[in-house]
Ligand binder design. Sequence first.
Ligand SMILES: [Zn+2]
Length: 452
Amino acid sequence: MSLGSHNLYSKRQGGFTISSSSANLDIKSWLDPQEMKEKLGRLIAIESVVENGHTESLVVEEILTWCRLDGFVPEVIEVSGGRPNVLLEFQGSHPGPVLLFEAHSDTVTAGDPSAWTHSPFQLTVEGDRLYGRGTADTKGNLVAAYLGIRAFRAATRGDFPGTIRFLVPVDEEGMMSGIRHFIATGRAVDIDAAICCEPEDLQICVSQKGALRVRVEIYGKMAHGAMPLTGNNPLPLMARFLAAVQEEELVQQKQVGFDRYLGWPSITPTEIRAPLNGPSGFNVVPDAVAVSLDIRTVGDQSHAELLHRLQSRLDQIIENANEDLKSGHVKDLRSRLEEPVEPGIYSGKVVLIDERPVTRTPSDHPLVQSVAGAVEHCLGQPAIYAGVPGATDGTWLWAAGIPIVTTGAGGRFVPHQVDEWVSLRQLMDTAEIYAQAAYRFLTFTEMPVQGG
Ligand SMILES: [Zn+2]
């Protein structure tokens, strides 16, 4: 296992060693690099950056054109205004498991286009490299999945067990409303496993970090900055709380340890706001302060217990401060003032905004075995296992009880940067790996009972 090396592709060696006895399909002869480039070029030319006021609808139009020419009958499902999911399905000649591929249709913004060497919304080919926003994340993998599934259909002539579905959901880079809509409308209930098509350098990502979005609010009493004793300033309490958060992070890291695929857990303060509403003032003691905590979890960390521990630490800080107001140092200082000051009271709360579980598909699951076998067959070298540091659409599928593997072409650290690119050869490998993995999975003899 060489987790340190994330550039699997550059280390690819010639010659194949087939480490699995499973039969393989002849997929390669159904794939054409020219078509891969052409189709990806069409998708890159469509700006599907929602934060810049676009939607995914033109990407969907393009996919529908391909489907018409290839004889697929897709379902178009409106998620919200002008933002449709597309779903393709084709069934084999006899019953079997249901395998889902999914690749989102939106991309993040290109940022400042002048920072790009190549135009972000026009595919630029430089040797084996294809440049453009979304080439890696994840329009390249979308095209690879489409062409891989089409090649699978051609190579099997429809003679296979089970069903393949291909979902292109909207809004992965936003609130993931596409995949959530797909699950909420009951379309995922019979799915046995899913392959999430994302740029992972063809590493097999079997786990994803969990996430908690937490806001912690501390309330005091507003005052003039020149007469701070007439109020209760919540900011020093926040400073104490942030120090406690750092301590808690260390406790968690020691307790959980280093996850081989996901690294360390973390508790990261990212935003501070005071007051909570309205403008702040240099000479005004705010009545309240809030901090955002971006918490990422790994392994068996209990979200409930972590929240409880943060709450206890906050309670302790507030209790001490209130004690001080009633009978401590602050009370002494106030006793000399001309005007008596009402002691008031500090309070605070921990608010959970959003929560996503840690996902982990066991490495002996047929899905993982199938993808690993396909990677080894196509690349001629052992599969490399890894984890996904952020949440993806796959998190929601996993939460719905569906085992997932995330893999695809493109560097793991290329997404969301300028000059995003993908290797054409790796895209071709990805299309073949998706098809071979599907074949292995659907013909896997022992399907486990689906877990929740
Ligand atoms: Zn993505």
